[in-house]
Design a binder for this molecule. Sequence first.
Ligand SMILES: Nc1ncnc2c1ncn2[C@@H]1O[C@H](COP(=O)(O)OP(=O)(O)OP(=O)(O)O)[C@@H](O)[C@H]1O
Ligand SMILES: [Mg+2]
Ligand SMILES: [Zn+2]
Length: 454
Amino acid sequence: MSLANRYRPKTFDEVVGQKFVKRVLMRALERKDIPHALLLAGPRGIGKTTLARIFAKGLNCELGPTSKPCGTCRFCREIDEGRSVDVVEIDAASNRGIENVREIQEQLRYMPVSRYKVYIIDEVHMLTTEAFNSLLKTLEEPPPHVVFVLATTDPHKIPATVLSRLQKFHLKPHSISDIVERLKYVSSQEGISITDEALRMIAERSEGSLRDALVLLEQAHIYSDGTITERDVAEMLGVVPDNLYAQLMESILAGSFKEAYEKVMEITERFSPVDFASGLVRYLERHLLSDSTLPFEERVVLLRMALDMEVHIRQSSDPYAWLTYDVARMCAFKRVVNLDEISRYLGEPPKGSRPAGVGEAQSPPPARADEDPIERLRREKPTVAGYVADATYTREGDTLHIIVSSSVIARKIEREVEAIRRAFGVREVKVQVRKSGGFGDLFGEIKRDWESLD
Ligand SMILES: Nc1ncnc2c1ncn2[C@@H]1O[C@H](COP(=O)(O)OP(=O)(O)OP(=O)(O)O)[C@@H](O)[C@H]1O
Ligand SMILES: [Mg+2]
Ligand SMILES: [Zn+2]
Protein backbone atom coordinates (compact mmCIF):
# COMPACT_ATOMS: atom_id res chain seq x y z
CA MET A 1 0.00 0.00 0.00
CA SER A 2 1.29 3.47 -0.86
CA LEU A 3 2.31 5.94 1.82
CA ALA A 4 -0.58 8.23 0.87
CA ASN A 5 -3.13 5.47 1.43
CA ARG A 6 -1.47 4.12 4.54
CA TYR A 7 -1.60 7.55 6.12
CA ARG A 8 -5.17 8.38 5.25
CA PRO A 9 -6.63 9.80 8.49
CA LYS A 10 -9.21 7.60 10.16
CA THR A 11 -10.58 10.18 12.59
CA PHE A 12 -11.47 13.87 12.40
CA ASP A 13 -8.64 14.64 14.84
CA GLU A 14 -6.07 13.23 12.45
CA VAL A 15 -7.20 15.34 9.51
CA VAL A 16 -4.73 18.13 8.80
CA GLY A 17 -6.20 21.63 8.37
CA GLN A 18 -9.74 22.02 6.95
CA LYS A 19 -10.83 23.32 10.36
CA PHE A 20 -14.13 24.80 9.26
CA VAL A 21 -15.47 21.72 7.45
CA LYS A 22 -14.29 19.51 10.25
CA ARG A 23 -16.06 21.56 12.89
CA VAL A 24 -19.37 21.72 11.03
CA LEU A 25 -19.40 18.01 10.29
CA MET A 26 -18.47 17.08 13.85
CA ARG A 27 -21.14 19.35 15.25
CA ALA A 28 -23.79 17.92 12.94
CA LEU A 29 -22.92 14.44 14.18
CA GLU A 30 -22.95 15.51 17.85
CA ARG A 31 -26.32 17.23 17.49
CA LYS A 32 -27.63 14.41 15.35
CA ASP A 33 -28.77 17.05 12.93
CA ILE A 34 -27.61 15.38 9.76
CA PRO A 35 -27.36 17.18 6.39
CA HIS A 36 -28.59 14.85 3.66
CA ALA A 37 -26.82 16.35 0.68
CA LEU A 38 -23.46 18.01 0.96
CA LEU A 39 -20.72 19.07 -1.39
CA LEU A 40 -17.00 18.99 -0.65
CA ALA A 41 -15.21 21.17 -3.19
CA GLY A 42 -11.51 21.87 -3.55
CA PRO A 43 -8.31 20.95 -5.37
CA ARG A 44 -6.87 17.43 -5.52
CA GLY A 45 -5.42 15.55 -2.59
CA ILE A 46 -6.57 17.77 0.27
CA GLY A 47 -8.97 15.49 2.12
CA LYS A 48 -12.35 15.39 0.34
CA THR A 49 -12.62 11.60 0.10
CA THR A 50 -10.97 11.26 3.50
CA LEU A 51 -13.52 13.51 5.20
CA ALA A 52 -16.42 11.85 3.38
CA ARG A 53 -15.36 8.46 4.70
CA ILE A 54 -14.83 9.68 8.26
CA PHE A 55 -18.24 11.35 8.15
CA ALA A 56 -19.75 8.05 6.96
CA LYS A 57 -18.10 6.28 9.89
CA GLY A 58 -19.42 8.93 12.29
CA LEU A 59 -22.91 8.27 10.92
CA ASN A 60 -22.77 4.49 11.03
CA CYS A 61 -20.48 3.67 13.98
CA GLU A 62 -22.25 1.42 16.51
CA LEU A 63 -21.76 4.21 19.05
CA GLY A 64 -23.08 6.83 16.65
CA PRO A 65 -24.00 9.10 15.22
CA THR A 66 -20.80 10.40 16.76
CA SER A 67 -17.99 12.82 15.95
CA LYS A 68 -15.59 10.23 17.40
CA PRO A 69 -16.19 7.00 15.51
CA CYS A 70 -14.69 4.11 17.47
CA GLY A 71 -12.79 2.57 14.56
CA THR A 72 -13.16 -0.92 15.99
CA CYS A 73 -16.81 -1.81 15.63
CA ARG A 74 -17.97 -3.86 12.66
CA PHE A 75 -19.29 -0.87 10.72
CA CYS A 76 -16.22 1.31 11.28
CA ARG A 77 -13.92 -1.48 10.19
CA GLU A 78 -15.95 -2.26 7.10
CA ILE A 79 -15.83 1.38 6.04
CA ASP A 80 -12.09 1.63 6.72
CA GLU A 81 -11.51 -1.46 4.64
CA GLY A 82 -13.77 -0.23 1.85
CA ARG A 83 -16.21 -3.16 2.02
CA SER A 84 -19.23 -1.62 3.72
CA VAL A 85 -22.47 -2.36 1.88
CA ASP A 86 -23.91 0.90 3.18
CA VAL A 87 -21.19 3.22 1.98
CA VAL A 88 -21.10 3.36 -1.80
CA GLU A 89 -18.34 5.24 -3.60
CA ILE A 90 -19.08 6.18 -7.19
CA ASP A 91 -16.66 7.77 -9.61
CA ALA A 92 -18.76 10.13 -11.70
CA ALA A 93 -15.94 10.49 -14.23
CA SER A 94 -16.58 6.93 -15.41
CA ASN A 95 -20.29 6.75 -14.49
CA ARG A 96 -21.56 9.93 -16.06
CA GLY A 97 -24.89 9.01 -17.56
CA ILE A 98 -28.52 9.11 -16.54
CA GLU A 99 -28.57 5.29 -16.34
CA ASN A 100 -25.96 5.47 -13.58
CA VAL A 101 -28.12 7.89 -11.59
CA ARG A 102 -31.20 5.66 -12.13
CA GLU A 103 -29.25 2.74 -10.74
CA ILE A 104 -28.55 4.68 -7.55
CA GLN A 105 -32.18 5.77 -7.30
CA GLU A 106 -33.40 2.18 -7.52
CA GLN A 107 -31.23 1.17 -4.60
CA LEU A 108 -32.52 3.95 -2.38
CA ARG A 109 -35.58 2.02 -1.18
CA TYR A 110 -33.45 -0.69 0.47
CA MET A 111 -32.80 -0.07 4.13
CA PRO A 112 -29.22 0.11 5.36
CA VAL A 113 -27.69 -2.64 7.47
CA SER A 114 -26.25 0.03 9.76
CA ARG A 115 -27.86 3.46 10.18
CA TYR A 116 -27.42 5.33 6.88
CA LYS A 117 -26.83 4.59 3.24
CA VAL A 118 -24.05 6.98 2.29
CA TYR A 119 -23.39 7.72 -1.39
CA ILE A 120 -20.03 9.34 -2.00
CA ILE A 121 -19.99 10.64 -5.58
CA ASP A 122 -16.50 11.70 -6.63
CA GLU A 123 -15.79 14.21 -9.42
CA VAL A 124 -19.53 14.86 -9.53
CA HIS A 125 -19.09 17.73 -12.02
CA MET A 126 -18.52 15.08 -14.70
CA LEU A 127 -22.18 13.98 -14.72
CA THR A 128 -24.14 14.75 -17.88
CA THR A 129 -26.87 17.37 -17.82
CA GLU A 130 -29.56 14.67 -17.96
CA ALA A 131 -27.94 12.84 -15.09
CA PHE A 132 -27.88 16.04 -13.03
CA ASN A 133 -31.52 16.75 -13.84
CA SER A 134 -32.52 13.31 -12.80
CA LEU A 135 -30.56 13.66 -9.57
CA LEU A 136 -32.23 16.98 -8.65
CA LYS A 137 -35.37 15.55 -7.07
CA THR A 138 -33.45 12.97 -5.10
CA LEU A 139 -31.13 15.61 -3.69
CA GLU A 140 -34.04 17.79 -2.71
CA GLU A 141 -35.81 15.11 -0.72
CA PRO A 142 -33.59 12.15 -0.04
CA PRO A 143 -35.12 9.32 2.02
CA PRO A 144 -34.33 9.85 5.73
CA HIS A 145 -31.85 6.97 5.79
CA VAL A 146 -29.81 8.31 2.84
CA VAL A 147 -26.90 10.80 2.83
CA PHE A 148 -25.23 12.12 -0.32
CA VAL A 149 -21.67 13.39 -0.11
CA LEU A 150 -20.65 14.87 -3.42
CA ALA A 151 -17.02 15.74 -4.08
CA THR A 152 -15.53 17.82 -6.86
CA THR A 153 -12.37 19.60 -7.92
CA ASP A 154 -14.42 21.82 -10.21
CA PRO A 155 -17.58 23.19 -8.53
CA HIS A 156 -18.14 25.73 -11.33
CA LYS A 157 -19.20 22.93 -13.62
CA ILE A 158 -22.10 21.93 -11.37
CA PRO A 159 -25.46 23.41 -12.44
CA ALA A 160 -26.80 26.14 -10.16
CA THR A 161 -30.03 24.19 -9.66
CA VAL A 162 -28.02 21.35 -8.15
CA LEU A 163 -25.72 23.60 -6.13
CA SER A 164 -28.63 25.32 -4.45
CA ARG A 165 -29.82 22.02 -3.01
CA LEU A 166 -26.49 21.20 -1.39
CA GLN A 167 -24.75 22.24 1.79
CA LYS A 168 -21.45 23.46 0.36
CA PHE A 169 -17.95 23.32 1.82
CA HIS A 170 -14.84 24.71 0.21
CA LEU A 171 -11.71 22.89 1.26
CA LYS A 172 -8.43 24.73 1.03
CA PRO A 173 -5.03 23.73 -0.31
CA HIS A 174 -2.66 22.95 2.55
CA SER A 175 -0.08 25.49 3.65
CA ILE A 176 3.59 24.66 3.18
CA SER A 177 4.11 24.47 6.93
CA ASP A 178 1.14 22.09 7.39
CA ILE A 179 2.54 19.84 4.68
CA VAL A 180 6.05 19.94 6.15
CA GLU A 181 4.68 19.00 9.56
CA ARG A 182 2.68 16.08 8.17
CA LEU A 183 5.66 14.85 6.13
CA LYS A 184 7.81 15.01 9.25
CA TYR A 185 5.29 12.94 11.13
CA VAL A 186 5.00 10.34 8.38
CA SER A 187 8.77 10.05 7.90
CA SER A 188 9.38 9.62 11.61
CA GLN A 189 6.74 6.87 11.72
CA GLU A 190 8.36 5.20 8.73
CA GLY A 191 11.95 5.66 9.87
CA ILE A 192 12.68 7.78 6.79
CA SER A 193 15.54 10.23 7.29
CA ILE A 194 15.21 13.51 5.39
CA THR A 195 16.68 17.01 5.75
CA ASP A 196 14.47 20.03 6.52
CA GLU A 197 15.42 21.69 3.24
CA ALA A 198 14.44 18.58 1.28
CA LEU A 199 11.09 18.53 3.10
CA ARG A 200 10.48 22.16 2.21
CA MET A 201 11.26 21.54 -1.46
CA ILE A 202 8.77 18.66 -1.60
CA ALA A 203 6.13 20.72 0.18
CA GLU A 204 6.60 23.62 -2.22
CA ARG A 205 6.32 21.43 -5.28
CA SER A 206 3.09 19.80 -4.02
CA GLU A 207 1.02 22.95 -4.53
CA GLY A 208 -1.10 22.37 -1.44
CA SER A 209 -1.84 18.70 -2.08
CA LEU A 210 -0.96 16.35 0.76
CA ARG A 211 -1.36 13.36 -1.50
CA ASP A 212 1.17 14.77 -3.98
CA ALA A 213 3.53 15.51 -1.10
CA LEU A 214 3.33 11.94 0.22
CA VAL A 215 3.82 10.49 -3.25
CA LEU A 216 6.94 12.63 -3.70
CA LEU A 217 8.26 11.65 -0.28
CA GLU A 218 7.86 8.01 -1.21
CA GLN A 219 9.63 8.55 -4.55
CA ALA A 220 12.49 10.40 -2.89
CA HIS A 221 12.81 7.58 -0.37
CA ILE A 222 13.19 5.04 -3.16
CA TYR A 223 15.52 7.35 -5.12
CA SER A 224 18.04 8.14 -2.41
CA ASP A 225 20.23 5.88 -0.34
CA GLY A 226 20.10 6.76 3.32
CA THR A 227 19.16 10.29 4.26
CA ILE A 228 17.11 12.18 1.65
CA THR A 229 18.97 15.42 0.91
CA GLU A 230 18.02 18.55 -1.00
CA ARG A 231 20.34 17.36 -3.77
CA ASP A 232 18.30 14.16 -4.15
CA VAL A 233 15.05 16.08 -4.23
CA ALA A 234 16.46 18.69 -6.58
CA GLU A 235 17.50 16.04 -9.07
CA MET A 236 14.27 14.13 -8.69
CA LEU A 237 12.15 17.24 -9.24
CA GLY A 238 14.45 18.84 -11.80
CA VAL A 239 14.96 21.86 -9.54
CA VAL A 240 18.31 23.53 -10.25
CA PRO A 241 19.77 24.81 -6.95
CA ASP A 242 19.86 28.60 -6.54
CA ASN A 243 23.62 28.75 -6.03
CA LEU A 244 24.22 27.40 -9.54
CA TYR A 245 22.00 30.14 -10.98
CA ALA A 246 23.78 32.74 -8.86
CA GLN A 247 27.14 31.69 -10.32
CA LEU A 248 25.75 31.69 -13.82
CA MET A 249 24.30 35.18 -13.43
CA GLU A 250 27.67 36.45 -12.29
CA SER A 251 29.23 35.31 -15.56
CA ILE A 252 26.34 36.69 -17.59
CA LEU A 253 26.50 40.09 -15.93
CA ALA A 254 30.26 40.15 -16.43
CA GLY A 255 29.51 39.53 -20.11
CA SER A 256 31.70 36.45 -20.20
CA PHE A 257 30.12 34.06 -22.65
CA LYS A 258 32.80 31.40 -22.29
CA GLU A 259 32.37 31.18 -18.53
CA ALA A 260 28.58 31.30 -18.71
CA TYR A 261 28.52 28.62 -21.38
CA GLU A 262 30.67 26.29 -19.30
CA LYS A 263 28.37 26.75 -16.31
CA VAL A 264 25.31 26.02 -18.42
CA MET A 265 26.90 22.85 -19.75
CA GLU A 266 27.68 21.81 -16.20
CA ILE A 267 24.10 22.37 -15.12
CA THR A 268 22.58 20.57 -18.11
CA GLU A 269 24.64 17.50 -17.35
CA ARG A 270 22.34 16.99 -14.39
CA PHE A 271 19.18 18.79 -15.50
CA SER A 272 17.15 18.96 -18.69
CA PRO A 273 17.26 22.19 -20.76
CA VAL A 274 13.58 22.81 -19.97
CA ASP A 275 14.14 22.44 -16.23
CA PHE A 276 17.15 24.73 -16.53
CA ALA A 277 15.31 27.46 -18.45
CA SER A 278 12.07 27.45 -16.49
CA GLY A 279 14.09 27.41 -13.27
CA LEU A 280 16.13 30.38 -14.48
CA VAL A 281 12.95 32.34 -15.12
CA ARG A 282 11.70 31.60 -11.63
CA TYR A 283 15.09 32.44 -10.15
CA LEU A 284 15.17 35.79 -11.94
CA GLU A 285 11.62 36.56 -10.87
CA ARG A 286 12.58 35.96 -7.28
CA HIS A 287 16.01 37.59 -7.22
CA LEU A 288 16.46 39.96 -10.09
CA LEU A 289 13.31 41.98 -9.64
CA SER A 290 14.27 42.87 -6.09
CA ASP A 291 17.97 43.40 -6.86
CA SER A 292 18.72 47.10 -6.81
CA THR A 293 22.30 46.89 -8.12
CA LEU A 294 21.08 46.82 -11.74
CA PRO A 295 18.93 49.49 -13.41
CA PHE A 296 15.30 48.43 -13.49
CA GLU A 297 15.16 48.36 -17.29
CA GLU A 298 18.13 46.02 -17.48
CA ARG A 299 16.54 43.65 -15.01
CA VAL A 300 13.35 43.56 -17.01
CA VAL A 301 15.27 42.88 -20.21
CA LEU A 302 17.21 40.01 -18.63
CA LEU A 303 14.00 38.47 -17.41
CA ARG A 304 12.49 38.86 -20.84
CA MET A 305 15.51 37.14 -22.40
CA ALA A 306 15.17 34.23 -19.99
CA LEU A 307 11.47 33.95 -20.82
CA ASP A 308 12.36 33.90 -24.53
CA MET A 309 14.83 31.14 -23.83
CA GLU A 310 12.20 29.04 -22.08
CA VAL A 311 9.81 29.42 -25.01
CA HIS A 312 12.55 28.63 -27.56
CA ILE A 313 13.66 25.54 -25.68
CA ARG A 314 10.18 24.17 -25.11
CA GLN A 315 9.24 24.56 -28.76
CA SER A 316 12.43 23.46 -30.47
CA SER A 317 13.61 20.04 -31.52
CA ASP A 318 17.15 21.28 -30.91
CA PRO A 319 16.97 22.82 -27.43
CA TYR A 320 20.75 22.85 -26.94
CA ALA A 321 21.26 25.19 -29.90
CA TRP A 322 18.76 27.65 -28.44
CA LEU A 323 20.39 27.28 -25.07
CA THR A 324 23.70 28.39 -26.54
CA TYR A 325 22.19 31.23 -28.52
CA ASP A 326 20.07 32.59 -25.72
CA VAL A 327 22.83 32.45 -23.14
CA ALA A 328 25.11 34.31 -25.57
CA ARG A 329 22.36 36.84 -26.05
CA MET A 330 22.09 37.36 -22.30
CA CYS A 331 25.86 37.80 -22.03
CA ALA A 332 25.77 40.43 -24.77
CA PHE A 333 22.76 42.27 -23.45
CA LYS A 334 24.70 45.22 -22.05
CA ARG A 335 26.42 45.91 -25.34
CA VAL A 336 23.37 45.21 -27.43
CA VAL A 337 21.07 47.39 -25.51
CA ASN A 338 21.64 50.93 -24.46
CA LEU A 339 19.19 52.62 -22.17
CA ASP A 340 17.54 54.56 -24.99
CA GLU A 341 16.69 51.37 -26.76
CA ILE A 342 15.42 49.72 -23.62
CA SER A 343 13.21 52.68 -22.91
CA ARG A 344 11.89 52.53 -26.44
CA TYR A 345 11.30 48.83 -26.01
CA LEU A 346 9.43 49.39 -22.78
CA GLY A 347 7.48 52.24 -24.36
CA GLU A 348 8.82 54.91 -22.01
CA PRO A 349 10.11 58.37 -22.85
CA PRO A 350 13.89 58.08 -22.67
CA LYS A 351 14.99 61.69 -22.63
CA GLY A 352 15.74 63.27 -19.29
CA SER A 353 15.29 59.91 -17.57
CA ARG A 354 18.84 58.84 -18.32
CA PRO A 355 20.82 58.11 -15.16
CA ALA A 356 23.98 60.16 -14.66
CA GLY A 357 27.16 58.60 -15.99
CA VAL A 358 25.52 56.83 -18.91
CA GLY A 359 25.13 58.02 -22.46
CA GLU A 360 26.09 61.07 -24.43
CA ALA A 361 24.88 63.82 -22.10
CA GLN A 362 28.24 64.28 -20.39
CA SER A 363 31.16 66.11 -21.88
CA PRO A 364 34.20 63.86 -22.07
CA PRO A 365 37.15 64.46 -19.78
CA PRO A 366 40.34 65.44 -21.60
CA ALA A 367 42.17 62.56 -23.21
CA ARG A 368 45.42 61.23 -21.82
CA ALA A 369 48.09 60.53 -24.40
CA ASP A 370 48.93 57.04 -23.21
CA GLU A 371 45.35 55.91 -22.92
CA ASP A 372 43.81 53.10 -24.97
CA PRO A 373 41.61 54.75 -27.63
CA ILE A 374 38.75 52.34 -26.93
CA GLU A 375 38.80 53.39 -23.27
CA ARG A 376 38.84 57.01 -24.34
CA LEU A 377 35.88 56.41 -26.62
CA ARG A 378 34.08 54.47 -23.92
CA ARG A 379 33.94 57.52 -21.66
CA GLU A 380 32.27 59.54 -24.34
CA LYS A 381 30.23 56.98 -26.30
CA PRO A 382 30.04 53.74 -24.34
CA THR A 383 27.73 51.94 -26.75
CA VAL A 384 29.76 52.74 -29.82
CA ALA A 385 32.95 51.87 -27.98
CA GLY A 386 31.46 48.44 -27.38
CA TYR A 387 30.69 48.06 -31.08
CA VAL A 388 34.19 49.07 -32.11
CA ALA A 389 35.80 46.85 -29.50
CA ASP A 390 33.87 43.90 -30.89
CA ALA A 391 34.77 44.70 -34.45
CA THR A 392 38.05 44.22 -36.26
CA TYR A 393 39.88 47.54 -36.65
CA THR A 394 43.23 48.54 -38.12
CA ARG A 395 44.96 51.87 -38.50
CA GLU A 396 46.54 52.79 -41.84
CA GLY A 397 48.28 56.14 -41.60
CA ASP A 398 45.57 58.66 -40.90
CA THR A 399 42.71 56.26 -41.53
CA LEU A 400 41.00 53.84 -39.19
CA HIS A 401 39.37 50.83 -40.89
CA ILE A 402 36.61 49.16 -38.95
CA ILE A 403 35.17 45.87 -40.15
CA VAL A 404 31.84 44.84 -38.67
CA SER A 405 29.51 41.95 -39.34
CA SER A 406 26.22 43.76 -39.68
CA SER A 407 25.00 46.83 -41.49
CA VAL A 408 22.97 47.86 -38.49
CA ILE A 409 26.10 48.18 -36.39
CA ALA A 410 27.91 49.85 -39.27
CA ARG A 411 25.26 52.56 -39.32
CA LYS A 412 25.52 53.04 -35.57
CA ILE A 413 29.27 53.46 -35.87
CA GLU A 414 29.02 55.80 -38.84
CA ARG A 415 26.80 58.11 -36.86
CA GLU A 416 29.61 58.62 -34.35
CA VAL A 417 32.67 58.98 -36.56
CA GLU A 418 33.44 62.34 -34.95
CA ALA A 419 33.93 60.81 -31.53
CA ILE A 420 35.86 57.89 -32.96
CA ARG A 421 38.17 60.22 -34.85
CA ARG A 422 38.87 62.14 -31.65
CA ALA A 423 39.46 59.05 -29.55
CA PHE A 424 41.80 57.41 -32.05
CA GLY A 425 43.40 60.64 -33.22
CA VAL A 426 42.81 59.86 -36.93
CA ARG A 427 41.52 61.99 -39.76
CA GLU A 428 39.27 59.43 -41.39
CA VAL A 429 37.14 56.47 -40.32
CA LYS A 430 36.07 53.83 -42.83
CA VAL A 431 33.47 51.29 -41.87
CA GLN A 432 33.05 48.11 -43.83
CA VAL A 433 30.52 45.31 -43.45
CA ARG A 434 31.86 41.80 -43.81
CA LYS A 435 29.94 38.74 -42.76
CA SER A 436 32.11 36.55 -40.62
CA GLY A 437 31.34 33.41 -38.70
CA GLY A 438 31.30 33.09 -34.96
CA PHE A 439 30.43 35.58 -32.36
CA GLY A 440 30.58 38.64 -34.59
CA ASP A 441 27.71 37.35 -36.65
CA LEU A 442 25.83 36.29 -33.61
CA PHE A 443 26.16 39.77 -32.25
CA GLY A 444 24.67 41.28 -35.40
CA GLU A 445 21.93 38.73 -35.32
CA ILE A 446 21.09 39.62 -31.76
CA LYS A 447 20.95 43.24 -32.75
CA ARG A 448 18.57 42.63 -35.63
CA ASP A 449 16.56 40.33 -33.48
CA TRP A 450 16.37 43.01 -30.88
CA GLU A 451 15.29 45.71 -33.28
CA SER A 452 12.56 43.53 -34.72
CA LEU A 453 11.05 43.32 -31.24
CA ASP A 454 9.68 46.83 -31.52
N1 LIG B 1 -6.45 16.99 5.31
C1 LIG B 1 -5.65 15.91 5.23
N2 LIG B 1 -5.07 15.44 6.36
C2 LIG B 1 -4.26 14.37 6.31
N3 LIG B 1 -3.96 13.70 5.18
C3 LIG B 1 -4.49 14.13 4.03
C4 LIG B 1 -5.36 15.26 4.00
N4 LIG B 1 -5.72 15.47 2.75
C5 LIG B 1 -5.12 14.54 2.00
N5 LIG B 1 -4.38 13.71 2.78
C6 LIG B 1 -3.53 12.61 2.29
O1 LIG B 1 -3.73 12.49 0.89
C7 LIG B 1 -4.40 11.30 0.55
C8 LIG B 1 -5.51 11.61 -0.43
O2 LIG B 1 -6.50 12.41 0.21
P1 LIG B 1 -8.00 12.42 -0.31
O3 LIG B 1 -8.30 11.15 -1.05
O4 LIG B 1 -8.86 12.76 0.84
O5 LIG B 1 -7.93 13.60 -1.31
P2 LIG B 1 -9.09 14.23 -2.21
O6 LIG B 1 -9.28 15.62 -1.74
O7 LIG B 1 -10.27 13.32 -2.22
O8 LIG B 1 -8.38 14.27 -3.62
P3 LIG B 1 -8.97 13.98 -5.10
O9 LIG B 1 -9.65 15.24 -5.53
O10 LIG B 1 -7.74 13.74 -5.90
O11 LIG B 1 -9.88 12.81 -4.99
C9 LIG B 1 -4.89 10.71 1.85
O12 LIG B 1 -4.86 9.31 1.80
C10 LIG B 1 -3.93 11.28 2.87
O13 LIG B 1 -2.80 10.47 2.96
MG1 LIG C 1 -11.02 11.99 -3.64
ZN1 LIG D 1 -17.40 2.31 15.29
